[in-house]
Design a binder for this molecule. Structure first.
Ligand code: M6R
Length: 366
């Protein structure tokens, strides 16, 4: 049942190329320049006329929402807010029938997300769901939605649910941008083709597994980790830190790289591994200077870099290489080495990878 892997988590990490394909199959037709999402077609005007989109979720699904904020605002120019469902529901939020709410949940059973959806509906908002489990409570409670086709996710640490959520959210943003006219035909076609290539890119990223295992061996006894990223890879840094925390029980924090100087830099010394997402992007030079700041304080750098990278590779203590893809799609590949790193550290520490202590797969308590 684990398909030859030692743990469900590893099986699910390795399933990503195929489940990302399952998620866009029949919905993304790059050659024809088409995106068709059954649940979305009738509601496109609702999205395009919305004052803003509010994304609600918890945990890893919330991180997917944060990635979507970058993608939606950039492509569609619709304001987006991303909220923890638990905070949203208890703070008397301002919400009207001009708002569109997107609720993201792998299980479709998360109690806080479900309660936030009910509240948003009461206030007249249109609620769109992105769930993995067919027929789940959230998929039934929302007005419409799109399923991710990740298949059952057994490992408590969410992996393939995250990348398929981002795949769906990216398709929605592209469809809305195309309809609204906020994306050029050229960019639209490019993204469609590049999205179709993501399964191949993920396969490529998975090839670093052995190398990442060696890095895990070096750092398995660290008691703290920092994860840094910028732009749409800031949420990936948060997700990398969450993955490490929940399955290895090592304390880890994710930060936007530029926030370092506002506090966390005080933590840097020779005992602090810092995982930096330093892929080719508009932020590359800025990330290089962030790395210099860390190096000059004797911090240890484990960098996620784009293949062919030289500058960061020279400065970093260890690198994990991912293939090239347009910046907006990079979270789908930069996530992979971070999943593998946390997996190997947890295995080396003999943790219960699939069922970490104190955690449940569906959080149905409030
Ligand atoms: O089923 P959901 O996506 O609503 O679950 C949300 C969180 O409970 C979940 O992502 C949790 O953070 C995972 N253990 C993260 O790996």
């Amino acid at each position: 049942e684990k398909g030859g892997y030692d743990h469900f988590m590893m099986k699910e990490i390795y399933e990503q190329p195929s489940v990302i394909k399952d998620t866009y199959r029949g919905r993304l037709l790059a050659d024809q320049g088409l995106i068709h999402l059954g649940g979305l077609e009738d509601y496109i005007p609702k999205f395009l006329n919305a004052d803003r989109i509010i994304i609600i979720a918890c945990g890893t699904s919330w991180h997917a929402g944060l990635v979507a904020e970058y993608v939606f605002e950039d492509l569609t120019r619709i304001p987006v807010e991303v909220e923890y469902a638990s905070e949203f529901r208890y703070r008397n939020p301002i919400i009207t029938e001009k708002d569109v709410v997107i609720a993201i949940s792998q299980s479709g059973e998360t109690a806080d997300t479900l309660a936030a959806i009910k509240l948003a509906k009461e206030k007249g908002a249109f609620v769109y769901g992105i769930c993995n489990v067919v027929g789940s409570s959230i998929s039934r409670e929302t007005h419409s939605g799109t399923y991710t086709h990740a298949g059952p996710e057994i490992g408590v640490a969410s992996t393939k649910a995250f990348t398929t959520q981002i795949t769906v959210l990216t398709m929605i943003a592209l469809k809305l941008a195309k309809t609204k006219g906020t994306i050029s035909k050229r960019d639209y076609m490019l993204y469609l083709h590049e999205l179709e290539l993501i399964p191949t890119r993920v396969e490529e990223a998975l090839k670093s597994n052995e190398k990442i295992k060696e890095i895990a061996e070096v750092f398995k006894n660290a008691s703290n980790f920092l994860y840094l990223g910028r732009g749409c890879n800031f949420p990936v840094a948060l997700e990398g830190a969450l993955k490490l925390k929940e399955i290895s029980y090592i304390h880890a924090e994710g930060y936007p790289a530029a926030e370092m100087k506002h506090g966390p830099i005080a933590l840097i010394d020779e005992n602090m591994p810092v995982v930096v997402i330093a892929i080719n992007s508009d932020h590359y030079d800025k990330v290089v200077s962030n790395i210099q700041e860390i190096k000059s304080r004797k911090g240890i750098i484990i960098a996620v870099v784009t293949e062919g990278d030289t500058a960061v590779t020279e400065m970093a203590d260890y690198v994990m290489v991912v293939p090239k893809t347009p910046e907006m799609l990079t979270p789908l590949v930069t996530t992979i080495p971070l999943q593998l790193l946390s997996y190997h550290i947890a295995v080396l520490l003999d943790r219960n990878v699939d069922q970490p202590r104190n955690l449940a797969k569906s959080v149905t308590v409030e």
